[in-house]
Design a protein around this ligand. Structure first.
Ligand SMILES: Nc1ncnc2c1ncn2[C@@H]1O[C@H](COP(=O)(O)OP(=O)(O)OP(=O)(O)O)[C@@H](O)[C@H]1O
Length: 251
């Protein structure tokens, strides 16, 4: 018997998850498990149910049946804001930064405010906030752009800023829908570097179509097709799976 060897608990366990829209099962009896510090990428053809899976996890869409356990909490029973509080952050496809605010201000308004703090404590808090903003800005390659208005940033920088606005809340699971869409080659490489850096403290669940980027980041790939898993495993395994080549990669 192996003493002291404990299997790692899953951060996220999705089991038998189903959602029907007027009888059409967009997600159909889906089960998958994400470990701590893992980057999981979901790929699959248009309409496979990828975005719907993220909608179900963040509570935007309610499941018809099945379970989503995050750190032992059942998310299907919680409202969207409660799910955010358990530590799940979601970034949508289009950046939704505040264009008329600076990078600093965008990060500042995303900082999770504690309860009311008075007097000298407020000063300490402001200092802590500033330090955290600088840390996050460095992580998202915008440390030199703190005073730049967001409307002056490139599309890629806006995407990073939005990731930063989530990171400042320190989620344990970060979900990203096509984070490198519209980015230049060098921005894609930097985004891969960013994701590889931030999983030290969390897991990341990404939907992506760019196979080069998927190869750069994925620890494991889940291929969805018609709301179900077509294949799952390392990128090497799924890209050589004849079923995946037939319905997705071959096109
Ligand atoms: N709220 C809804 N009501 C009805 N049908 C929906 C709803 N949301 C999604 N669908 C349908 O569910 C299916 C899965 O959609 P989803 O957006 O999850 O796919 P996807 O894999 O993310 O596709 P894409 O790569 O094109 O973004 C599609 O057929 C879509 O039309």
């Amino acid at each position: 018997m192996l003493i002291g060897h404990q299997p790692k608990p899953f951060l996220l366990a999705v089991e038998a998850l189903t959602v029907s829209f007027d009888g059409f099962k967009a997600v159909n009896n889906l089960s998958f498990y994400v470990e701590e510090n893992e980057i999981r990428v979901i790929i699959g053809p248009n309409g496979a149910g990828k975005t719907t899976v993220l909608d179900l996890i963040c509570g935007k869409t309610k499941a018809t049946s099945g379970s989503i356990q995050f750190r032992g909490k059942e998310l299907t029973k919680l409202k969207e804001n409660q799910i955010v509080q358990t530590g799940v952050g979601r970034k949508f496809q289009t950046p939704s930064v505040f264009e008329d605010l600076t990078v600093f201000e965008n990060l500042e308004i995303s900082y999770p405010r504690g309860r009311t703090v008075f007097g000298s404590l407020a000063f300490q808090r402001d200092d802590a906030v500033k330090q955290r903003i600088e840390e996050v800005a460095e992580m998202i390659f915008l440390k030199d752009r703190l005073d730049t208005y967001a409307d002056q940033l490139s599309h890629g920088q806006k995407q990073w800023l939005e990731i930063g606005m989530l990171l400042i809340q320190d989620p344990e699971l970060l979900m990203l829908d096509e984070p490198v869409a519209g980015m230049s080659v060098s921005e894609r490489a930097k985004t891969a570097e960013l994701l590889n850096r931030i999983i030290k403290d969390r897991s990341v669940l990404v939907i992506e179509h760019d196979m080069k980027f998927v190869e750069d980041i994925a620890h494991k790939v889940t291929v969805l097709h018609q709301g179900q898993i077509l294949s799952e495993g390392t990128m090497e395994k799924v890209k050589n799976d004849p079923k995946v080549i037939e319905v997705y990669l071959g096109h």
